[in-house]
Design a protein around this ligand. Structure first.
Ligand code: FES
Ligand code: FES
Length: 213
């Protein structure tokens, strides 16, 4: 801080003339102080270098600190399989896996994931070797327009892992018991993934079949 103070009259004078001219009119020492003050206030750190693994490949990214992980995946890495629906955590279209856990990529900043392992729909399977859930979604017609599908499948992968680790849900009758992959449980656990086409029955059927229930 320089301690420089402007009166209301001086502030109006700054607005009425060019900033450079007004600062110069304050005298050499005050002008330097004002310049230092402006420089220090206008030089926040806006970018960071982040290293992570995306779909098994190490990447080093220069990211705007304000960028969501979703925007970085789609716009910098061109991994457009992950969709942006609401951009505020309500639809689940942007669901990906970070260190094996499902998250909404629109609700987290890329800069927060130094060293993370990120998996998107592009990393789950290939056309030649699809993930079992991808195969089941095709078999059961678990989509119509397909916009929600990458998020549904990534979410289902994370959800089945949660069941495998014994995590109860709001629908679990006994939170202490081993959770079941029933349609009732799956509907509750997948409730964060919205499908505007209403393909829910087929989505549940695909997940139930994949879970082996
Ligand atoms: S785009 Fe992230 S939850 Fe909708
Ligand atoms: S298939 Fe269209 S939104 Fe789900």
């Amino acid at each position: 801080m320089t301690g420089i103070r402007l009166t209301r009259r001086e502030l109006l004078a700054l607005g009425a003339s060019s900033t450079a001219g007004a600062v110069a009119s304050l005298g050499p020492f005050a002008a330097q102080a004002a310049t230092d003050d402006i420089v220090s206030r206008e030089a926040p750190v806006l970018e960071s270098t982040v290293s992570m693994e995306v779909n098994g490949r190490p990447v080093v990214l220069q990211v705007d600190n304000r960028s969501s992980l979703l925007d970085v995946l789609r716009e910098q890495l061109r991994l457009t399989g992950t969709k942006k629906g609401c951009d505020q955590g309500q639809c689940g279209a942007c669901t990906i896996l970070v260190d094996g856990r499902r998250i909404n990529a629109c609700l987290t900043l890329a800069v927060m994931h130094e060293g993370a392992s990120v998996t998107t729909i592009e990393g789950l399977g290939t056309v030649a070797q699809p993930h079992p859930l991808q195969t089941a979604f095709v078999k059961h017609d678990g989509y119509q327009c397909g916009y929600c599908t990458p998020g549904q499948i990534c979410s289902a992968v994370g959800m089945l892992d949660e069941i495998g680790r014994g995590m109860p849900s709001f629908a679990s009758d006994d939170p202490a018991a081993t959770p079941q992959t029933s349609a009732h449980e799956i509907r509750e656990r997948m409730s964060g993934n919205i499908c505007r086409c209403g393909a829910y029955p087929n989505i549940v059927a695909a997940i139930v079949e994949t879970s082996g229930a």
